[in-house]
Design a protein around this ligand. Structure first.
Ligand code: NAD
Length: 482
């Protein structure tokens, strides 16, 4: 196979790391090396931050509708190149083509949304004395550091630069070292869309490039999407030398709660879709704790298990594949370790817990959809984010019991509730400790509504106007004219 060498985008130029060091991109579904890319270091981050700082004043001064036009242009380029970008993610990340194809279009939609709200970044005028005018402006931070995880490589690389850019900031983007290739291809495709330095893409290890960005004194705004563990360390590290604004989109252990009056067919479908088995469970929003009322429990688990058993494991590039490969070996070992822990804890395995048997898949990091039933409150599988295709079931007695179990974790990202009773639905939506709640539905994001978590799931909201405004600070201006 042709092993391509990709380069970083710094100050409008495609560059290797100053050190010349590289990392390897390996297809997790078959272990094949398919690309090399720069292993950047703090000196490369310095270059990118300096380029961004130099580009910022002119970008900020660019008329808002022209900034919006640049985002629209980027969206069009992504759509035009969607097949190639999707295939890069399939090869790098292991998720099935049917899913990864959607990511390019979701990224374009996000960019178009942010372009569309450019004129909504308004201020206030404050009533005052005659002869005085008091008003507010929105002041961008200058250089924004954007750090993203592995699970939607292109969608995050493109979609998460939209808000800071439309607010007038320059961006330094750091993709996951496990899935950097589509972001680097994006860096090639943006040529001519943004002035040099407005968007910079630096690759390398989190502890080198990510840390250098988080601790850089000229980067006053960090937006991080990733695990709670790294998110907490970033929150502390960001304060090490200057004051920074940090937002965090972190992990989840999201409950799906099925009350006795629920439409059971719809709820079973929801439990299957909510787990995002089509991304091997690797989604922050995966509903990985299934709380079912005791009256439905037995039938629910039997029917769900047979639907899970029917999901087809296969090569991610195959259109017929439902569940592909875990993204990289350490993540695969993490998932398999939880399966070992389940055995040690004596959990009741209903389905899965193994790799697929097909010899054709033996070279990849595949895990079958896995279901454990009657999981006790003490189980680690009930409390810790696995980020794999592993679902745990807990039967409950009544509303209070369900709510207590649902809230009894450190995370608070999202939740789903299935019930036909309006009062139960609205009460649960109010009481659950989660930043995003679905009633009789799962997973869908709606552009313009804020996504983000409570508790250890994060700080801040994204995919809405609030996200755009979070890349600005309010400035108050008091004019005496009388
Ligand atoms: P991760 O936390 O390991 O890494 C995320 C990013 O942080 C990567 O780019 C990595 O290189 C970088 N990084 C690592 N150490 C760093 C450091 N010390 N300083 C700065 N940057 C550093 O996460 P992951 O394994 O790539 O992704 C999975 C996690 O992301 C899960 O917990 C998942 O729930 C979460 N996630 C959350 C959302 C959300 O919107 N809330 C969306 C997707 C994924």
């Amino acid at each position: 196979m042709d092993v391509r060498q990709y380069r970083m985008l710094i100050g409008g130029e495609l560059r290797d790391a100053r050190s010349g060091a590289t990392l390897e991109a390996v297809n997790p579904s078959n272990g094949e090396l398919f690309a090399r890319f720069p292993k950047g270091g703090p000196d490369d981050v310095d270059d990118a931050v300096e380029a961004a700082a130099a580009a910022f004043p002119a970008w900020w001064a660019t008329p808002p509708l022209e900034r919006a036009a640049s985002l629209e242009e980027l969206a069009a380029v992504i759509v035009e190149n969607a097949p190639e970008l999707a295939m890069l993610d399939v090869t790098d990340n292991g998720s099935p083509i049917r899913e990864m194809r959607k990511d390019a279009f979701n990224a374009a939609r996000l960019l178009r949304y942010f372009a569309g709200v450019v004129l909504e970044q308004r201020g206030d005028t404050i009533p005052g004395l005659h002869g005085r005018l008091n008003y507010t402006l929105r002041h961008p931070f200058g250089v924004v550091g954007r750090i993203i995880p592995f699970n939607h490589p292109l969608m995050f690389a493109a979609g998460k630069i939209g808000a800071p850019l439309i607010a007038g900031n320059a961006v330094v983007l750091k993709p996951s070292e496990h899935t950097s290739i589509s972001a680097l291809r994006l860096g090639e495709l943006v040529e001519g869309i943004f002035p040099p330095g407005v968007l910079n893409i630096v690759t390398g290890l989190g502890g080198d490039v990510g840390d250098a960005l988080v601790s850089h004194p000229k980067v006053r705004r960090i937006a991080f999407t990733g695990s709670a563990q790294i998110g907490r360390s970033i929150q502390a590290r960001a304060a090490s030398n200057v004051v920074k604004t940090v937002t965090l989109e972190l992990g989840g252990k999201n409950p799906i709660v099925v009350f006795p009056d629920a439409d059971i067919d719809r709820a079973i479908d929801g439990a299957l879709r909510g787990m995002n088995f089509t991304w091997q469970g690797q989604s922050c929003g995966s509903t990985s704790r299934l709380l079912v009322h005791r009256t439905l429990h037995k039938e629910f688990v039997e029917r769900l298990a047979s639907r899970m058993a029917a999901l087809r494991s296969g090569p991610p590039a195959d259109e017929a594949t439902d569940i592909g490969s875990i993204v990289h070996r350490a993540q695969f070992e993490k998932v398999m370790n939880y399966i070992d822990i389940a055995a040690q804890e004596g959990l009741r395995l209903v389905v899965g817990g193994v790799q697929p048997e097909a010899p054709a898949l033996s070279g990849g990091l595949y895990v079958r959809p896995t279901l454990y039933d009657d999981v006790p409150a003490t189980s680690r599988l009930l409390r810790e984010e696995i980020f794999g295709p592993v679902l745990v079931v807990v039967p409950f007695e009544d509303y209070d019991d369900a709510l207590r179990i649902a809230n009894d974790v450190a995370y608070g990202l999202s939740a789903s509730v299935f019930t036909e009773d309006l009062s139960t639905a609205l009460s649960f939506a109010r009481d659950i400790e989660a930043g995003y709640v679905w009633v009789n539905d799962v997973s869908a994001h709606f552009l313009g509504t804020g996504f983000g978590g409570l508790k250890d799931s994060g700080v801040g909201r994204e995919e809405n106007l609030e996200e755009v405004l979070s890349y600005t600070q309010t400035k108050n201006i008091n004019v005496l004219f009388g």
